[in-house]
Write a protein that binds this ligand. Sequence first.
Ligand code: MG
Length: 242
Amino acid sequence: MFEENKKLYLEKYGFEHLQLKAVLFDMDGVLFNSMPYHAKSWSEAVTKYHLDMSPEEAYEYEGRTGKSTINLLARRSWGRDATEQELKDIYQEKCRIFNSFPEAEKIEGAFELVKKVSEDGFQTVLVTGSGQVSLLGRLNRNFPEMFQKDLMVTSFDVKHGKPSPEPYLKGLFKANIHPWEAIVIENAPLGIRSAVAAKIFTIAVNTGPLPDKKLLCEGANVLFHSMPDLTSNWEMLRDEIS
Ligand code: MG
């Protein structure tokens, strides 16, 4: 099933082989079911400032910084960038609404997959655009001893967020590996663009409302429709790429 995808990937970059050493996990929409809350809080917050974004549109921008999302909407509705004050106020409101929601649950199948990956002896690396201070505690509670602090890339580690390749390149650097020794698991179009730009074999998991083509057209090498779907195919995938 994956043989052809693998062949196309190797040909594209001129790599000789894939030899898996680490799995790079995105967080929102891959490990935690936090995207519905992000989408709702974005939509509600910007509406208060007479900007317009449906919850579904928020999924398209997942991974962008708050500032660039607000400016994109401001240019569209106001014909100009937001001022520093507007950026601050709108983003604060978004965070206030987001924090009023309960803590996001693990995505079904995520725990089982991370457990399999760890038990198979591969490194688990977290690569997220999030910069929440509570992130480490939340990860440890939900995925105990499955992620190490020195193998995490958060918004504090990078200058440019996704879709820049920087977060995934930093993940490779921290794990001390080459692109052909890793795979990425991503749910968002811009996250996929970032991983593909870092030349890493990218597995898209469509856990949100966007059509598959939005993920595939960013260059994902394989697509699954849910985390349980990926988890139950893990052994086959692993044997193909290690
Ligand atoms: Mg995500």
